[in-house]
Design a protein around this ligand. Structure first.
Ligand code: GLN
Length: 528
């Protein structure tokens, strides 16, 4: 029997293909299109069209750092023009359209970076419906020195006579500016004009529709009797993935929570309750705290700590997985579930230069090699906010859906220096008070991530007329949209006062509390 064919998501939803020439904004194109319910997928610009196993409704060629005329510049597979679907070139993408049509592109007399005023010349062009006289954002040094055959000018700006060009017969469009960045006022309208009016893509991408298709896809992929295992952490991604799996194959999915001894207060208990009783997910909790903490004894180097935790995790997980008895006892577990999200996928396919090999995505290091499991990643097409929406629709508790991220190595990297049971207990208790107060003050959802760190220094204090000599807790809270850059959260003084007082009073071993007011960069979010 041949394997059942699993439809790619891009075949189920009408999809716009974004070919990435390496611009730092390329992923925003996918983002924007999905915001108005059009599914879009990004692939490297070197993608061979004949190797696509789906047909796009339209293609966008992104911007990029190269110059089309440079000897090592990346070029699009010309077969894209035989697809017979509309094409939009953005910045480098437009220059590429011109260049391969024999038009001169070279260095302009001045670079154009920043805002410009768009003037639409051809008001009948469907691309510019409702976008005339808006501000657009430019970032280029090269320009067109002519029009490719069959093209006309549809928009200009002060510095760019070829700010917008089109070949309406072939449905090919080019623009010099970047509609995907928010500085381009009507950028989203323009992208919608392209995708909806010109490509005629159906606006049906929604998490509600996604659930049904994804459950079907999982069932086809896994088949009627294979079994799947996956680790859960109490975070939104792994919980949503586990719930989706359970909806698709019921108790042929086995979730495993490894208690590594450096989880938050009562975490294993709470996850067990929420997932088992609340969500009906079949879960095994394995208490491996001693194994992790024994291995961490005497280790102070942050990288070593991370490595020990990662390796021990694989060990424990594999041991636990081996004990799980598949329902069909003659079968072995065949698949490993992973909550990989789209940004990780983008990161791994992102086009970094024609000579460089494209980075392959890293999964939980080593697990697959040792276990001979096939990987299943139901969230690999989704952005974080889409996963959250999915979680809400599937009835995952609101607080879990909006939980701050928590690192895999847990409290071990929030206890600076050596990780001992007593140090973990102090950090955990302080963190619990801090988060509890943040929730009480109604600030949790304004903060992207907050936690307490235990510093390996002692400081003098006075309590009940007695000299104390105890450790220091540092509090961290940041605001960020992408975790690439972050700023510290401006708590009211009263709030900090209350938290500091509670921690020193309630947590034995702490004499002093400080608040971390460093942004990222130069600091990172976590201390280790
Ligand atoms: N590198 C090209 C230029 O400077 C394209 C830039 C871009 O796509 N943003 O014109």
């Amino acid at each position: 029997m041949s394997a059942p064919v699993v439809e790619p998501v891009s075949n189920v939803f009408e999809t716009i293909l974004v070919l990435d020439f390496g611009s730092q904004y390329s992923h925003l194109l996918t983002r924007r299109l999905r915001e108005f319910n059009i599914y879009a997928e990004m692939l490297p610009c070197t993608q061979k069209i004949s190797e696509l196993n789906w047909k796009p409704k339209g293609v966008i060629l992104s911007g990029g750092p190269y110059s089309v005329y440079a000897p090592d510049a990346p070029h699009v597979d010309k077969a894209v023009f035989d697809l017979g679907v509309p094409i939009l070139g953005i910045c480098y993408g437009m220059q590429e359209l011109a260049w391969i049509n024999g038009t001169e592109v070279s260095r302009g007399d001045k670079r154009e970076y920043g805002e410009a005023q768009l003037s639409v010349v051809d008001h009948s062009s469907p691309l510019f419906k409702d976008v005339d006289h808006s501000k657009v954002w430019m970032s280029h040094g090269d320009k067109l020195y002519g029009l490719p055959d069959g093209f006309k000018i549809i928009a200009t700006s002060e510095n760019s006579p070829y700010c917008g060009i089109s070949n309406e017969e072939k449905q090919i469009y080019g623009i010099q500016f970047h509609p995907e960045v928010t500085h381009s006022e009507k950028g989203k309208v323009l992208l919608k004009n392209f995708a909806v009016d010109i490509c005629k893509a159906t606006q049906n991408w929604s998490m509600k529709n996604f659930i049904d298709t994804e459950i079907q896809r999982i069932r086809t992929l896994v088949g009627p009797d294979a079994e799947v295992i996956g680790a859960v952490s109490g975070g939104v991604d792994s919980t949503v993935a586990a719930k989706l799996m359970t909806e698709a194959i019921g108790d042929r999915f086995h979730a495993i929570l490894v208690d590594n001894g450096v989880l938050r207060k009562d975490e294993a208990k709470i996850v067990k309750e929420t997932l088992t009783e609340g969500l009906g997910i079949q879960l095994t909790v394995i208490d491996a705290a001693d194994e992790f903490l024994d291995k961490l004894a005497g280790v102070t180097d942050p990288e070593k700590k991370r490595k020990i935790i990662g390796n021990t995790f694989i060990h424990v997980f594999e041991r636990c997985a081996a004990q799980i008895k598949p329902k069909n006892s003659d079968k072995e577990i065949e698949f490993l579930l992973q909550g990989t999200l789209y940004p990780d996928v983008i990161e791994s396919i992102s086009f970094k230069g024609p000579s460089q090999t494209i980075k392959t995505h890293h999964n939980v290091g080593g697990l697959l090699d040792n276990m001979k499991l096939k990987l299943i990643e139901p969230l690999r097409e989704l952005f974080k906010d889409e996963v959250r929406e999915l979680g809400e629709i599937m009835g995952i508790p609101h607080d879990l859906v909006w939980r701050h991220p928590f690192p895999g190595p847990g409290i071990a990297i929030r206890v600076l220096g050596e990780v001992t049971r007593s140090q973990v207990a102090i950090a955990r208790a302080a963190d619990h008070i801090y988060i509890e107060e943040i929730r009480k003050a109604g600030l949790y959802n304004q903060i992207s991530q907050a936690f307490a760190c235990l510093l390996p220094v002692k400081s003098v204090g006075v309590m009940g007329d007695q000299r104390t000599y105890e450790q220091v807790i540092a509090l961290r809270a940041i605001e960020t949209t992408d975790f690439m850059t972050a700023d510290w959260f401006p708590f009211p003084h009263e709030f900090l006062k209350k938290v500091a007082s509670r921690i020193v009073n309630e947590v034995e071993g702490v004499a002093r509390v400080t608040y971390d007011i460093t942004s990222k960069p130069p600091a990172t979010v976590e201390w280790e």
